[in-house]
Design a protein around this ligand. Structure first.
Ligand code: ZN
Length: 408
């Protein structure tokens, strides 16, 4: 049976839910929060090195904001009803971060010299999913999105899309996610799309150009575009063979016009920027639903919730175990010491929790400052010094290796 992230998520203390909180509103338990924090830090750092500036924006906005962006006309069926506070004002739980980021761009005078201006945020957004389709982390009503928007000149959009695709490939590799296919999602029939034909054609050309430059094969899907522009969907497959989308990149001429965005161009006039929307890993809920399943709960060491469990064989080794754990924590590792029960039971418990490394310290190891490492896949390593053991694990973690040991 393929791994089910809902069962594993509960077993591994990653997340759970309570009917009193509500359907589609899971909470993250300490193990899940530790893993998520590590992945968020990685994405934050990857984006910062790629020239992004991070911002924070509120999860609510006035209804007028979404009327302006077009969400109200094209997307209100997926939004929660407005909150009325008296008077004419109504607030809406946001269905996307784009309008806030557009207004962050607009909040300062912008020059062509600042472009491409790359803004990113891990922010909450909301979707009024029907309760029948909700399950675990895969479909939720409160979404934490790895979002970003690049404001650039029209002739810079192609390179920005290509760079977003490269960052996606890099982050997927680090997380142990395999891309199954690329999909170019275009408009379909019907009136649910905003903007004029020229803008759609131009945006489609930019996306095709980036896919061709990346040299990746792709399929074309009509009717899967966002309402404001076409997009590239990066598809992944879960162990049951179901395809889903984590990462997307979109080219948008519509919202910059709706919000009347402009910058001072090189010729001394005002020009309208293009908005490239991109999410490298999608929402953290859907990402972790996928990660838990593709790794069958055995997350790679760098973002495993607990990376190392220390087991003193008997009370005589408690002091040695405590000293070793202190050194491992000081080296940046997430560590637990377990005392209760037989060594065999404690090793089985650690394996059941998919903890990558177990360090056993017995009467032979303690006086020499050594530990005997066991890996979660059952492999046992010869005793080695505590210093060497910590260096080995710390290296696998800092390399963001998907394996437990270096090759060879
Ligand atoms: Zn957006």
């Amino acid at each position: 049976m393929a791994a089910d992230h809902r069962r594993l998520g509960r077993e591994l203390d990653i997340f759970d839910s309570d009917p009193l909180i509500g359907a589609g509103l899971p909470f993250w338990l300490p193990a899940g929060a530790a893993a998520r924090h590590e992945v968020e830090s990685y994405i934050h750092d990857l984006e910062r090195r790629a020239g992004y500036q991070h911002v924070h924006s509120p999860v609510l906005g006035r209804r007028e904001l979404y009327e302006r962006s077009g969400h109200w006309a094209h997307f209100s069926g997926d939004m929660f009803p407005p909150l009325h506070l008296g008077g004419d004002d109504a607030l809406v739980l946001r269905p996307s971060l784009c309008p806030h980021h557009a207004l962050i761009f607009k909040s300062r005078h912008r020059s062509y010299r600042e472009l491409p201006l790359r803004v990113a945020e891990i922010g909450a957004m909301f979707r009024a999913e029907r309760s029948g389709v909700l399950g675990g982390l895969a479909r939720v009503r409160a979404i934490s999105l790895n979002d970003g928007h690049v404001f650039c000149a029209a002739d810079q959009a192609g390179e920005e899309v290509a760079e977003a695709l490269r960052l996606m490939v890099r982050s997927h590799a680090a997380l142990g996610v395999r891309v199954s296919s690329y999909r170019l999602s275009l408009r379909g029939d019907g009136g649910k799309y905003a903007g004029d034909d020229d803008a759609w054609d131009q945006a489609g050309r930019v996306l095709r150009g980036a896919l061709d430059a990346a040299g990746v094969p792709y399929s074309v899907a009509a009717g899967e575009a966002a309402f404001y522009g076409p997009k590239i969907d990066v598809q992944v497959v879960d162990p049951a063979g179901r395809e889903s989308t984590l990462s997307t990149v979109q080219v948008d001429f519509h919202q910059p016009a709706r919000f009347d965005l402009s910058y001072a161009d090189a010729a001394g006039g005002r020009s309208r920027p293009v908005m490239v929307h991109r999410s490298l890993v999608g929402s953290f809920e859907r990402l972790f639903a996928h990660l838990i399943e593709v790794h069958a709960g055995a997350l790679p060491p760098w973002y495993a919730p607990v990376q190392l469990v220390v087991l003193p064989v008997a009370a005589e080794q408690d002091a040695a175990a405590a000293a070793f754990a202190r050194d491992a924590i000081a080296a940046g590792l997430r560590v637990e010491v377990r005392h209760d029960g037989s060594v065999g039971a404690r090793i089985r418990d650690a394996a059941g929790r998919r903890i990558p490394y177990v360090a056993v310290i017995g009467a032979r190891e303690a006086p020499r400052g050594e530990v005997a490492l066991r890996l979660r896949d059952g492999r046992r390593l010869p005793a080695r010094s505590g210093v060497e053991a910590i260096a080995l694990i710390a290296r696998m973690v800092s390399d963001r290796a998907l394996e437990l040991l270096p090759p060879g």
